[in-house]
Design a protein around this ligand. Sequence first.
Ligand code: PMP
Length: 343
Amino acid sequence: MNINTDFFDKTATPLIERSVNSVRSGFAEAIGDTPLIRLGSLSEETGCEILAKGEFLNPGGSVKDRAALWMVKRAEIEGALKAGGTIVEGTAGNTGIGLAHVCNARGYKCLIYMPNNQSKEKIELLRSLGAEVILVPPAPYKDDMNYQKQAGRHAARLKNAVWVNQFDNLANARAHYESTGPEIWAQTKSEVDAFVSAAGTGGTIAGTGRYLKERNSDIKIMLVDCMGSGLYSWVKTGEPVMSQGPSITEGIGNSRVTDNLAVAAIDDAFQVPDIDMVRMVQRMLREEGWLFGTSTGVNLCGAVLAAQSLGPGHTIVTVLCDAGSRYQSSLWNPDWLAEKGLA
Ligand code: PMP
């Protein structure tokens, strides 16, 4: 197989080719093809069609299942990972959960470094999935004790092990370029004016955004950032200057321009304070019956801001990254929220 390591090489064989019949073969094929869901209350309020990819319906429960599968597949194709090998990664949780599932399905071991301030639901789930979880104090990327850097060093000490390096591994963006983007294009019947997404690694916004822009360069790609992150400033000024934080959101925001973000084509950016995100997810439960996670709340606030900036009559697509069940002890715990001043 001709492996595509160049994000822009459209002639290369896709990393993953899917069967076209309706039976999905096993865990890997159950990833993707998520529904595009219309959010009625937000659509009516803004006069735009607010549509969102139901990524929490992936078999591992989040948008990161796609990246996990594509990155493992790339390591296999490149020969970096052999039977019985170990996948090592630093992750805020969802990538690790996706990787742990894929490792079980394909006979690999999974070792995860994680900052110790992430939700206990994600940590417990990773352990249930058989992953070895090493919790470390949060440290900025420039610090040697950063969870990603520790994961990289650990992988280098093991035989037949691969450090996934999701932040700078372009198979991450490639997953969305080959799956999320084409799905949105087909599901909207090419009627899409804007794609709005928060970014952690940047894989989702880079891959999906690039695909959509190649189909129609008028489609606006908009980044929505949490507080305490440098990505809003990066889009607006070219420099990732951290905004005032912290934020209770998980999996999004960054202090640096990752390799995945570096290949993104982004037109504009918005910032969303935690209190707006909390009000949004509570409203979605009350008005529409959904229990969403923190980054989904940020994305939906971003979709409304995009609708306000574009005006009525547009179709705006965003991402429902994961479900609120991953945040029952935090976002969905009134006492915890009150402690954070977000009740
Ligand atoms: N939401 C959640 C809950 C996540 O775990 C992540 C991944 N860190 C994202 C959003 C952001 O996705 P990406 O890494 O593709 O930018």
